[in-house]
Design a binder for this molecule. Sequence first.
Ligand SMILES: [Zn+2]
Length: 108
Amino acid sequence: MGRSRQQNDRCEDNQDIQVKRCIGFNRVDRIEILRPQFCERCGVAGFSLEPIKIEVQQVAQLVERPIEIVEYHRHTCICFGCGNEKAADWSGDIVPGQDIGIKLQAFW
Ligand SMILES: [Zn+2]
């Protein structure tokens, strides 16, 4: 991957459409949609289909192939129970804000 570490932090905030993108790579091998599972405020597990906010983060992961770029889409949705704005948990394989996945960081 011919990229310098200086090019990492290209995080853009777009206030109009509430999409924050942290783009560090020129290719994406896989896109993973992260949706909130349950609302800890009221316990309901139903959320709006359409997110009100999407945070996009590209992360280099160590996998069998041997590295793939995964673009995580973390959705924040409205709880059907109480109207709470609930964000999905980030995957345990990533560190939010960093573009190197947990398994790959052991080799960095
Ligand atoms: Zn709720």
